[in-house]
Ligand binder design. Structure first.
Ligand SMILES: [Cu+2]
Ligand SMILES: [Zn+2]
Length: 204
């Protein structure tokens, strides 16, 4: 092989490696985004702020950073963006470290430390059900599906609450992902087992 051909091959290999590295660096990853924010922005920096940084267009925005519960290795993030004008709330959820398959996702009325916080039911007297059922708890977000690697990236939508002040705001609730599938029938929690990750929904 001529020297020139070798040089071209080397340049190509370096370019390919560079592109791969750039993709790895820039792909959606809350923790890496935080690292970027940490270097670019003045303190304080948290993962939540990294998320808020990424969605400056959204007014009425809240986020939850889900931390492992009871020795699990599940963590993740969720953002709640009020779409305004009665268009409901968009919920972007990213999780990892789950077992593959279905996991119940609920908004709980109480802190993540509470052992038996009920599903959020601001209207009172509702029952546990699928999110599309009219009589369901406002906190019933159904199931998320973890891929074979245990990760979830999903966008959900709800018309049952807002992101702001008032009784029907998600701010101050806790978002919990459960060990098992939510059967959306069993009371009061859908037989979804204990939470494996939980985070408080906050806008600050
Ligand atoms: Cu729950
Ligand atoms: Zn429920």
């Amino acid at each position: 092989m001529s020297r020139r051909r070798v040089a071209v091959l080397v340049v190509l290999a370096v370019a390919l490696a560079g592109a791969g590295l750039a993709w790895w660096w820039l792909r959606e990853d809350p923790e890496r985004a935080t690292d970027l924010v940490r270097r670019v922005l003045p303190p304080p920096h948290t993962r939540r702020e990294a998320i808020l940084e990424r969605h400056p267009e959204a007014m009425g925005l809240a986020a939850a950073v889900l931390e492992p519960v009871a020795g699990s290795r599940v963590r993740g993030t969720a953002t709640f963006a009020d779409l305004g004008e009665g268009r409901g709330v968009r919920i972007d959820v990213q999780l990892r470290g789950l077992s593959p398959g279905l996991h119940g996702l609920h908004l709980h009325d109480g802190s993540c430390d509470a052992q038996d916080a009920p599903d959020w039911d601001p209207d009172g007297g509702r029952r546990h059900a699928a999110p599309q059922v009219e009589a369901a708890h406002a906190g019933d977000l159904g199931n998320v599906v973890a891929d074979p690697a245990g990760s979830v990236t999903v966008t959900l939508h709800s018309n049952r609450f807002g992101v702001g002040l008032g009784r029907a705001s998600v701010i101050g609730l806790s978002l919990a992902v459960h060990a098992d599938a939510d059967d959306m029938v069993t009371q009061p929690h859908g037989s979804a087992g204990p939470p494996v990750a939980c985070g408080r929904v906050t806008n600050r």
